[in-house]
Write a protein that binds this ligand. Structure first.
Ligand code: SF4
Length: 325
């Protein structure tokens, strides 16, 4: 494997994190490498708590050797490090023994997360590994400075390590993994060019519906609603596209499913998210949206939520109300 100076290779390849935040991968690796510490952690985040997203599971099932290769690269690049594969419960159950065989004597352990959307948030990942309550921590410090047990910690999505391995092998063609679900014929995970817009993706995968439709793009909870005339956008977030039959989808039922998810998954730590999701749900249950109240609630959620979960309520709700009601 041509893995000399992997951080420079990650920079040249312009790889960005695939967990949704889109942060340049080389900067994260460099930050942890540059920290002075007697111990460092590397975490492959396979929490994948966003509904309708299966790309990390697809990697662990089909290409676990590339995940391990990506971790080996990070272990080599970052001194005094050990690695943890942080897995969603069902992935842990299905793939633990297969991964363990590949790991052998490498300094890599497999951790079964407790579960839930918040478990994938990077500071909550540290909390769970330390067996503490699954709640986000205040940032800064960022995990790269003080993460697991206070040591510098590199946390990347499983897909990011998969692509780091491909980059080291000069086998990266600027692709990403796209999960396509909903009312289509060819559901699944597809590896496609990063810069393809949604319409090209649907066409190429033979998934253009023959009925009026809309999509939720970027995650089955936090993703934005896009109409048929907006499919020139590239896929962002966790890389999913879910197709809905526009004439046979009740917009209130659609929003209710999303809000039930956020109400269930929030940790009750901060008022904007705890009370804001409750108030949004009230309006959806009453099938009566007061646009002024909605705008105020979304503004507060976006600007004052303690962690990303509260902010993620905004894109689906704002777009669904604007485009479907
Ligand atoms: S935004 Fe929501 S999930 Fe995040 S800390 Fe506040 S209550 Fe918890």
């Amino acid at each position: 494997m041509k893995n000399k100076n992997i951080i420079q290779k990650l920079k040249k390849a312009e790889l960005k994190g695939r967990g949704g935040a889109n942060f340049p991968t080389y900067l994260k690796w460099q930050m942890v490498k540059d920290q002075k510490a007697t111990k460092k952690y590397i975490v492959a985040n396979g929490s994948e708590g966003e509904p309708d997203t299966n790309k990390d599971g697809w990697i662990v099932k089909n290409h676990p050797e590339l995940l391990i290769e990506g971790l080996k690269l990070a272990l080599k690049a970052i001194d005094h490090s050990e690695a943890i594969i942080y897995l969603r419960k069902d992935y842990f159950k299905k793939y633990q023994s297969k991964l363990q065989k590949l790991i052998g004597k490498l300094p890599i352990t497999i951790f079964k997360e407790r579960g839930g959307y918040l478990s994938g948030e990077e500071t909550t990942v540290c909390q769970e590994i330390e067996n503490k309550i699954a709640r986000p921590r205040i940032k800064p410090p960022f995990p790269g400075q003080a993460g697991v047990y206070g040591f510098p910690t590199l946390i990347n999505n499983i897909e990011t390590f998969y692509y780091a391995a491909k980059i080291a092998d000069d086998d990266y063609e600027k692709t990403r993994l796209i999960t396509i679900l909903g009312k289509v014929k060819n559901k699944g995970v597809f590896e496609l060019p990063i810069n393809w817009p949604i319409d090209r993706i649907l066409e190429n995968t033979r998934n253009i519906p023959d009925f009026d439709f809309f999509v939720q793009m970027g995650g089955g909870a936090s993703g934005e609603v896009l109409l048929q005339n907006e499919l020139h956008h590239q896929v962002i977030g966790s890389g999913s596209i879910v197709i809905y039959d526009k004439n046979n989808t009740d917009p209130y039922a659609f929003m209710r499913r999303i809000m039930e998810f956020f109400m269930e998954e929030n940790c009750d730590k901060c008022t904007p998210c705890r009370e804001g999701t409750y108030r949004l749900m009230q309006m959806i249950r009453d099938r009566s949206i007061d646009k002024k109240v909605l705008d105020d609630l979304l503004f507060v959620l976006e600007n004052t939520s303690f962690c990303a979960l509260g902010k993620m309520v905004v894109p689906p709700m704002r777009s669904a109300v604007k485009k479907l009601i």
